[in-house]
Design a protein around this ligand. Sequence first.
Ligand code: NDP
Length: 477
Amino acid sequence: MTIYKNLIAGEWVGSDVTKNINPSDTNEVVGLYADGTTEDTKNAIAAAKAAFPAWSRSGIWERHVILKKAGDEIMARKDELGALLAREEGKTLPEAIGETIRASQIFEFFAGEALRLAGEVIPSVRPNIGVEITRDPLGVIGIITPWNFPIAIPAWKIAPALCYGNTVVFKPAELVPACSWAIVDILHRAGLPKGVLNLVMGKGSVVGQAMLDSPDVTGITFTGSTGTGRRVAAASIEHNRKFQLEMGGKNPMVVLDDADLTVAVEAAANSGFFSTGQRCTASSRLIVTEGIHDKFVAALTEKLQTLVVDNAMKPGTHIGPVVDERQLKTDTDYIEIGRKEGAKLAFGGELINRETPGFYLQPTLFTEATNQMRISREEIFGPVVSVIRVKDYEEALSVANDTPFGLSAGIATTSLKHATHFKRNSEAGMVMVNLPTAGVDFHVPFGGRKGSSYGPREQGKYAAEFYTSVKTAYTLA
Ligand code: NDP
């Protein structure tokens, strides 16, 4: 079997390997991927540091061409890369191809942004002095990504980092190295100079930690759990380093009496259960007003009965497996916690056997949940959703905001008044009206508030806030 190695200073290196296992069929090894060491990480950081002066002064056309080539190749290979993604992570093939297309679009967007880099020229308050405001790249960016979006999240961090003239040390989640390896290979062949983009696959506690500990990493962009995010923050403050964190969610979707029932059920089923509920923007709390509650629960339960849980590669599968055994245990532990807390198990909750051995779990719906239960407060990150009954819109808004998180929030209503009020008063970074809380555009800001995010937004033009540092220059004319 081919061993997929780390890319350090333009060379493919590494001898220790880990197996990448398909969660839809645990007999299948997707590939053997390098298991990087602290030494590898130090070498990668040194290579990125050495490559920075030249890359930070490279022409915008060179950056445009490389990012565009990468976007074009990802799009041309969307079916193959989508299949690789579905096999390593377990989201369904159509979802995985969709994510791959999105990665391509992100590279295309930042290829365009490279040509639009600009500053400002402003008159001074003093005579005969000119003021220029420009954006400088930060330096070496450490990129640490989670397992649930194996191609889109690496794309939305690598593309802007390179676009704005930074060099990169990239550590993907150990569970899903295949798509990360593929996009690094594509960018390397697209003509990136040696050391500009370095890939170190391996464990967070080894590779990630070595990145946190290095004074030569000038910025860290992290997506993952709240616990690891706090470690990134503490280590970064110690090194006086810029950092950006995207972490968990416990996203509410409010359903009001006046909602279009079909729209509400489709949005709840999609954002609660698709991608096996393993999206940071998934709706895991459905907050439903009294008048529509029973109708909504009945219609959603009926919808859940039609959803097929099976091998991610099989045509007709709506929900793939849970990503691994550890996450499956977390999900089933929370199902037990929900039962013990007194919520009613309205649907699912059982493990399922399929033709291929995998981590299959029924979509699980709790009703009669309260917002104080652990299943309503803590992120589960699986296909487990609770319904919380409320009296009216005012109570719904208050319950929606009563959470330590603040990533995404949704409302299903036909009332312009309530939709407008919710958009203004939701304490989430992203608000959806009559849409799933998950599923966002690639060219606009992404991020949350409270315990979900820290630092500038990702994606779109707003990405420049993190990947650059503003400089103000004064010149005597
Ligand atoms: P983790 O925090 O466990 O891992 C995220 C990344 O951090 C992985 O690459 C991991 O490496 C690495 N890591 C682990 N320990 C350290 C360390 N000591 N130092 C540096 N890096 C480390 O999260 P998961 O991968 O389990 O992802 C799931 C979580 O991500 C969920 O909570 C979810 O909500 C959140 N998420 C948030 C998103 C957002 O944009 N807000 C989007 C997607 C997910 P490894 O696993 O290889 O050991």
